[in-house]
Design a binder for this molecule. Sequence first.
Ligand code: SIN
Length: 289
Amino acid sequence: MPEFDLSVDICGVTWKNPIATASGTFNFRESSRYYRVSDLGCITTKGVSREPWGGNETPKIAETRSGMLNSIGLENRGVEMYIDHDLKPLKEAGATVMANVAGHTIVEYCSVAERLAKTAVDLLEINISCPNVKEGGIAFGTDKTAAAELVTRVKKVSGAKPVIVKLSPNVTDITEIALAVERAGADGLSLINTLKGMRIDLNTGKPVLANGSGGLSGPAIHPVAVWMVYETARVCRIPIIGMGGVMTGADALELMLAGAKAVAVGTAALIDPVAPTRILGELAGLLRK
Ligand code: SIN
């Protein structure tokens, strides 16, 4: 771990360092075999909804030449199970935790935010960018009026918990949505979620993923993330958590130079569970240099 102070303030919450896990790519039982989860700046957990969601049919994952496609469909056990079985052990282990919040409707998002406001969770990440569900998710993230309305309503029920809004790259101009949610009261932004994509099986002529399309992540999308963070940081004042294809400390630093205050590691951790701490060490080395 770095021997100098790398702490950052994210919306009033002190992170030990600027490296977080990205939603949906962290498993406590697996990761804690390799590192102390409290060594990272923040653990962002998988999208959680009011009731359990079954997710999409398999296959839900496909490799691509420079990344992967996923179409999980926000499969999760619902907020009550999340509080007891995910949040509690993470807080007991000393982690700073950001809960990724999902819903089909504004009422559903608000129910989860209101419930989590009464827990030890540190931050809420409102997921308006999942490309794999028919209602909610990206439907809010591609419409600035709907996104702003959702944020206004979530802010009313989330108490003192900072509200970070996770943005989609699947838009013409990400700064329009970013500005709309900032004006609606968002405390921070996280970007980018995955880019919508598809692979076709040459033998069947059919999409590889059961859902047809999925979200592309991994190194292929890193330059897109750098560009979108850069554009957003030029117009927004609230802190940005940058993510998208971060595989090395240099990739993380690049996002920070583009304007991110912190960086999340996602797909890299699915290849190598220690990637977040390795990337933290590499980032510290580059900063020292
Ligand atoms: C999924 O669960 O399908 C992915 C989540 C996301 O892209 O936000």
